[in-house]
Ligand binder design. Structure first.
Ligand SMILES: [Zn+2]
Length: 478
């Protein structure tokens, strides 16, 4: 059993073998720091976080690098709008990005290189390409000569004549060929600029990743990740710059995550349906949000809607409810690890198959199902059942938290999480009660009310609706 990964470059799933035995070097394209992270950013973050956690859990020593694009046209634009220095904008949103990623339970990168801190490496790479006639300076800009790189288009599989770099027209004036793309951009008046052999300017976006990935991970590092929307031109250009300059392989596996959709629509600023990640975290909590992110295989599209997030919340609650009962029922009995072994194996098999998280989560459901069946016996104090339940709970915490980052343990001790769970339960009972009353089944309605009262929940019927209180707490009804 070993991990296999779908590689966008070869268009096939193949066994993962690292460059250096026991070690994995991975690079994931980071944010352009000019605004708040949205749920699309969150998907890439969770997908590669889980890949990294899984590799670590299976015994690899992982080095994870994610850059920060802290100089870019969009940052300059925002700075101009706010009449601030672009460095102020970049610092503000770098901090915000890191805060949000922490809140999302994403492990921080081992190295978080800033573009503005790697100008020497970028300029060296550009110079190397100029020296080989694979790039040219024109009017203070430097362009990559695309047609000199034979492998151009191998990642995106586009025909060379169907490609457009999507750069602004100003650059186009100096280009020999519209296919060429900028690696160095001359500074326009009032823009931040760094000295270079080609005049003051700033690096293009693509050169950053080529230079910084190779600097921190070496040539031919193991995994390069990012969203599917980065395949062309960004990743195509990253490959071209490195491989044309050095003549060796840039990265060995290209892993891409699918996009987040809003219903049937694409999420985009122009449609105005972008959900900030902070908002989603506040609305749903990190555990349920991550369950949702993992509810689709990482290469397929993932739909954001209330129903799916509710489903994810239910899954998360099912897991934490089991854990709570299991801890209570198992007491101090030693776990019987053999009981958990087949569940762990099923989880691993799913993850090994191109990181199939939905199937891995289904394996956790099976585990919880098995545990729930044993709970009554464990609660009666039957030792074998207690030992089994203890092992299943341990395995759920290990796989759910250590590998998938579902924050299960945290939810157990988190008062807010408990309160949320209680509220969901009370509200579902109140819905049943309302339905019973509507059907004039007052016996059932009263029985539900009495049940709630016995659990310390007082229900009040008011003119403006139903309110409920936990006897020691302040009103929590809505
Ligand atoms: Zn990149």
């Amino acid at each position: 059993m070993a991990l296999s990964l779908y590689d966008t470059l070869t268009r096939e799933e193949r066994p993962f073998e690292p460059r250096d035995a026991g070690k994995v070097a991975m690079y994931v394209c980071g944010p352009t720091v000019q605004g708040d992270a949205h749920i699309g950013h969150g998907r890439a973050a969770v997908v590669f976080d889980v890949l990294r956690r899984y590799l670590s859990w299976t015994g690899y020593e992982v080095t994870a690098v994610q850059n920060v694009t802290d100089i870019d046209d969009k940052i300059i634009l925002r700075a101009r709008r706010e009449q601030r220095d672009p460095a102020v904008i970049a610092t503000r949103y770098t901090r915000a990005w890191n805060r949000t990623m922490d809140a999302l339970g994403v492990l921080p990168p081992d190295v978080q290189p800033l573009a503005t801190g790697h100008l020497i490496e970028m300029q060296d790479l550009i110079q190397r390409l100029i020296d080989q006639d694979k790039a040219y300076a024109a009017g203070g800009d430097v362009f990559f000569r695309v047609r000199t790189f034979e492998g151009y288009g191998k990642l995106s599989r586009r025909r060379i004549d169907d490609m457009q770099q999507g750069e602004d027209i100003v650059d186009a004036d100096h280009k020999e060929d519209p296919l060429d793309f900028a690696m160095w951009k001359s500074a326009k008046p009032g823009e931040p600029a760094w000295a270079s052999p080609w005049g003051p300017g700033r690096p293009g976006w693509h050169i950053e990743c080529s230079a910084m990935a190779a600097k921190h991970l070496g040539h031919g590092f193991d995994i390069h990740g990012g969203g599917l929307d980065l395949v062309f031109p960004h990743h195509e250009n990253e490959i071209a710059q490195h491989e044309a300059a050095h003549g060796d392989t840039f990265a060995r596996f290209w892993v891409h995550n699918g996009m987040v959709q809003m219903g049937t629509e694409k999420m985009s600023k122009s449609v105005g349906n972008v959900v900030p990640l902070e908002q989603a975290l506040a609305d749903w909590g990190v555990g349920p949000l991550r369950v949702w992110y993992l509810s689709a295989q990482h290469r397929t599209p993932l739909t954001f809607d209330t129903e799916r997030l509710r489903d994810a919340t239910t899954v998360h609650q099912r897991f934490t409810t089991f854990l709570r009962s299991a801890r209570r029922a198992a007491g101090e009995v030693e776990p019987d690890t053999e009981v958990a072994a087949p569940h762990i194996a099923a989880f691993r098999a799913a993850m090994d198959a191109d990181l199939n998280a939905p199937v891995a989560v289904a394996a956790l459901h099976e585990l919880v199902g098995a545990g729930n069946e044993l709970l009554p016996a464990a609660e009666r104090g039957e030792q074998a059942a207690q030992a089994a339940v203890a092992a299943l709970a341990d395995a759920l915490i290990e796989l759910g938290d250590e590998v998938l980052g579902l924050h299960l343990e945290e939810a157990l001790t988190d008062a807010a999480g408990l309160e949320q769970q209680l509220a969901a339960l009370v509200e579902s009972l109140l819905e049943q009660r309302a339905a019973a009353r509507e059907a004039k089944d007052f016996a059932t309605a009263d029985a539900i009310r009495d049940q709630l009262a016995a659990a310390g929940v007082t229900v009040e019927d008011r003119r403006d609706g139903v309110r409920w209180y936990v006897s020691t707490a302040s009103p929590a009804g809505r």
